[in-house]
Design a binder for this molecule. Structure first.
Ligand code: ATP
Ligand code: FE2
Length: 338
C-alpha cells in the first residue's frame, strides 16, 4: 500500500452490502450500506447477491463522497472472504478484485467474524476481552488465546438473531425482526412492570459452555398460538435467550481470568442485552464494552479496519488466494497483529 492512502472495506456476507473506510492511520469512518429486506420469507442468497451486484457502484461512489475522496486515494482493498452465503460473498469478492486490479493496489480477504471483534476492540479501547458475538448467523463466546480467537462456547443449532428473526416472521414482522421484538418487549415491561417470568416460562438451554435456541423458538411460537400476548412472549423470549448468553459469557470470564466483556454482532444493538452484560460485569468487578450500533451490525468499516491491521502485519491476498470460504471459522484465522 502506498504511504498516505486509505483502506476501503467491502462487506457482503449476507443481507447487507456495505463499504467502509479507514484512514492511513487505521482510524475508522462511518460506512455506507444497502440491505435486502425481503417482503416475505427469509433471505434468498441468489437474490441478495443480485442486489449487492446491482448496488455496488452506487454505494462505492457514496462512500468516497463521504470523505471527499476519489478512487485514487485508496491504497488497499479489503473484503469479507467468509463466512457467509456463497453467492453474496462471491459478488463482494468479484467487486473487490475489480477495484484492486483496476487501481493496481493490494487486495486482502478477511474473516468477517474476526472483523466484528477487532472493530469492537478499536472502538471501545478494551485490551483483552472475552467477546460475546451475537448476530444473525452466529452466537459465540470467544477469547484470544495462543494466537487465535478461540471459540469457548457457541450455539449448537441456530444463531440467536436468526431465532429472533424467525419468531418475528411467524408473527408477520418483517426482517430484521430483532429490533421490533425489542420494542414489543419494552412495551410489555412498561405496561406490566410487576410481571413475572414464571407466568411466561420458556426452555432455558445452556449445555456447559454451549447454547441452543431452536427449542426456545418452538416453545415461544407455541405459547403465542395458545393465546399468550405477543408482547409478553417477546419479553420472555429476550429474557431467556439473553440470560443464557450472559451466563456462558460469565463462565468464560471466570475460566479465562479476564475481566473485560465485549459485545459484538447485530443482536448487541439490543439495550436489554447491553444492560444484562453491564449488570453481570459490575457484579464481578469487571467491565462491559459495547461499540456504537453502526459498528455492531454488519458494516464495511470493520472489514477495512481488519484489512488495515493485517496489512500492517505483512499479510496480502493474491488473486489466486482470493476465493471465498463460506465455512470460514472464527478460529481459522491466525492473529498476526497486536
Ligand atoms: P453474521 O454474518 O455475523 O452472523 P449477520 O449477517 O446476522 O451477521 P448482523 O448485522 O451482524 O448480520 O446481525 C443481524 C441480526 O441482528 C439480525 O438477526 C437482527 O434481527 C439482529 N438485531 C439487530 N438489531 C437488534 C436489536 N435491537 N435486538 C435484537 N436483535 C437485533
Ligand atoms: Fe455479521
Amino acid at each position: 500500500m502506498v504511504e498516505g492512502k486509505w483502506t476501503l472495506g467491502l462487506e457482503s456476507t449476507a443481507h447487507t452490502l456495505s463499504f467502509g473506510l479507514v484512514d492511513p492511520n487505521g482510524i475508522p469512518y462511518a460506512s455506507k450500506s444497502a440491505s435486502v429486506r425481503p417482503d416475505e420469507g427469509g433471505i434468498h442468497p441468489r437474490k441478495a447477491a443480485e442486489h449487492h451486484s446491482e448496488h455496488v457502484g452506487r454505494i462505492l461512489q457514496e462512500i468516497l463522497e463521504t470523505q471527499d475522496l476519489t478512487i485514487q486515494d485508496i491504497g488497499l482493498m479489503a473484503f469479507s472472504q467468509g463466512p457467509g452465503l456463497a453467492p453474496c460473498l462471491r459478488a463482494g469478492a468479484a467487486a473487490a478484485r475489480s477495484v484492486a486490479s483496476l487501481r493496481n493496489i493490494p487486495l486482502i480477504g478477511v474473516n468477517h467474524c474476526v472483523a466484528h471483534i477487532e472493530i469492537g476492540r478499536q472502538q471501545c479501547g478494551c485490551v483483552d476481552p472475552v467477546l460475546l458475538y451475537a448476530s444473525g448467523g452466529n452466537t459465540q463466546i470467544i477469547a484470544r488465546l495462543e494466537g487465535r480467537y478461540r471459540v469457548l462456547g457457541e450455539t449448537l443449532d441456530i444463531g440467536i438473531g436468526n431465532m429472533l428473526d424467525k419468531f418475528a416472521r411467524v408473527h408477520g414482522i418483517p426482517f430484521p425482526g430483532g429490533p421490533v421484538i425489542e420494542k414489543l418487549a419494552n412495551n410489555w415491561v412498561e405496561e406490566h412492570p410487576d410481571c413475572s417470568l414464571v407466568d411466561y416460562s420458556l426452555p432455558y438451554v445452556v449445555q456447559g459452555m454451549d447454547l441452543a435456541f431452536s427449542g426456545l423458538l418452538t416453545a415461544a411460537v407455541n405459547m403465542v398460538s395458545r393465546g399468550a400476548p405477543l408482547e409478553a412472549v417477546c419479553w420472555s423470549l429476550q429474557e431467556h435467550a439473553f440470560a443464557a448468553c450472559i451466563e456462558v459469557a460469565e463462565r468464560a470470564l471466570a475460566h479465562t481470568g479476564k475481566d473485560e466483556l465485549l459485545l459484538g454482532g447485530g443482536v448487541a444493538c439490543n439495550e436489554r442485552l447491553r444492560n444484562m452484560s453491564e449488570i453481570m460485569c459490575q457484579e464481578r468487578g469487571g467491565k462491559s464494552f459495547v461499540p456504537a450500533k453502526m459498528y455492531c451490525i454488519d458494516n464495511g468499516t470493520m472489514i477495512a479496519r481488519l484489512g488495515w491491521l493485517e496489512w500492517q502485519s505483512g499479510r496480502e491476498t493474491s488473486i489466486i488466494e482470493s476465493g471465498i470460504n463460506q465455512n470460514l471459522r472464527t478460529d481459522d484465522t491466525p492473529i498476526v497483529w497486536a
